[in-house]
Design a protein around this ligand. Structure first.
Ligand code: KG4
Ligand code: ZN
Length: 357
């Protein structure tokens, strides 16, 4: 019987120090043997956002322990690992370098291949950790630094259909939360706040809703929130504004996803269509519910990563590593961290789009 491939994945692109080990499992999804994520929320909370120097220092302090724990939990010995995969970009360069160099050191000492992984490809393929998916599929990637519709045509083969022309959706959630005085990280907490409010209380703008294909825009929405927040007096009104924001975002995503469905169908003729929603914001329950509904109405099978695999993690990096390992796509040990690494050739990095993750 041939030896099964085992990949050690490392993720340090922003404020999570994560190490995971996955094992190939025949024609099924791989087995996640361990998946350790250490969040730095408590470090950055008092600053209301990620402080790169503090994030880097924390990665340096923790990476060794997290890797040891991942190996212990997996029940395998270091010598069973077939290759090391580490996030090479995009992200904060000081943070990326730590995981990347740590991964290179393990690969060099064990004399096994080293694989640099695009963080966005980790999110894009993350549902494969639980369900087998056929290419091509439509992807909505919504995270702290990106909001894009893509046709995922294969490993390393992406065609962008639309992107945000200003803020990323996660950024809009976090900034709105900050304006409303909700503690960092605001996105998940804002959703809870919104549950207690009236979603029809405030009428918020939906920038470029009827133009620009499936491009997105959230900056005007955030500006409107800032303006209205100055007139708010009660806690209930705060919840109402959060609920109105949540509802507006759901409506924007439904309208734009309908456009993306059409664009995707123009590019691909298939018997069955799949629609994957990935990235941190894909954990949002209201967004999930609405996108599942319109997917079913349009004959797209909706697929979301499990909630704990929506945010940054190393299992998704190990998964891309496994796929690249099968194709013998290895990297040299001088591979640099690339804070602006893109998924598709047409990607442009927009000024003021925040941390590029
Ligand atoms: O994918 P991710 O963990 O990191 C990046 O690659 O950016 O995404 C983080 C983003 C943050 O902006 C966070 O506030 C947002 O995802 N987020 C949410 C929820 N959970 C995380 N936004 C809205 N609702 C949530 N439940
Ligand atoms: Zn991410």
């Amino acid at each position: 019987m041939s030896k099964k491939t085992i990949i050690l994945g490392i993720e340090t692109s922003c404020d999570e120090t994560a190490v995971a080990i996955i094992k190939e499992n025949g024609s099924n999804s791989p087995r996640i043997l361990s998946n350790i994520i250490s969040s730095q929320v408590n470090i950055h909370k008092e600053f209301g956002g990620v402080v790169p120097e503090l994030a880097a220092r924390s990665h340096v302090e923790k990476i060794d322990l997290i890797a040891k724990k991942a190996i212990e939990d997996s029940g395998i010995s270091l010598h069973n690992i077939s290759a090391v995969a580490a996030t090479a970009g995009p992200g904060l360069v000081v943070c990326l370098s730590i995981g990347l160099n740590f991964g290179k050191a393990i690969s060099s000492s064990l004399e096994i291949p080293f694989i640099g992984v695009n963080h966005l490809e980790g999110h894009a393929l993350s549902p494969m950790l639980h369900s087998k998916l056929k290419y091509p599929y439509l992807l909505l990637l919504i995270s702290g630094g990106h909001s894009q519709y893509l046709s995922v045509n294969g490993l390393g083969n992406y065609k962008r259909l639309g992107t945000t022309i200003d803020d990323a959706l996660g950024e809009a959630f976090d900034k709105t939360a900050k304006i409303l005085g909700i503690e960092f990280p605001g996105g998940p907490k804002l959703e809870k706040f919104a549950e207690k409010g009236d979603p029809n209380k405030f009428d918020l703008p939906k920038p470029i809703i009827n133009k620009g294909g499936c491009n997105l825009s959230f900056a005007g929405l955030k500006t409107a929130i800032l303006r209205i927040s100055k007139t708010i007096k009660t806690q209930q009104e705060k919840c109402d504004l959060a609920a109105s924001f949540q509802k507006t975002v759901e409506e924007i995503l439904c309208t734009k996803t309908n456009v993306a469905f059409k664009e995707f169908k123009k590019l691909n003729t298939q018997n069955e269509y799949s629609f994957v929603v990935a990235g941190g914001v894909a954990a949002n329950k209201g967004i999930r519910k609405n996108l599942i509904k319109i997917s079913n109405e349009n004959n797209f099978k909706p697929i979301f990563p499990e909630i704990d695999l929506c945010g940054d993690n190393a299992a998704m990096i190990a998964y891309v590593g496994l796929e690249k390992f099968k194709m013998k796509q290895f990297d040299n040990l001088d591979l640099p961290a690339n804070p602006r690494l893109a998924l598709d050739k047409s990607a442009k990095f927009l000024k003021g789009a925040g941390v590029v993750i």
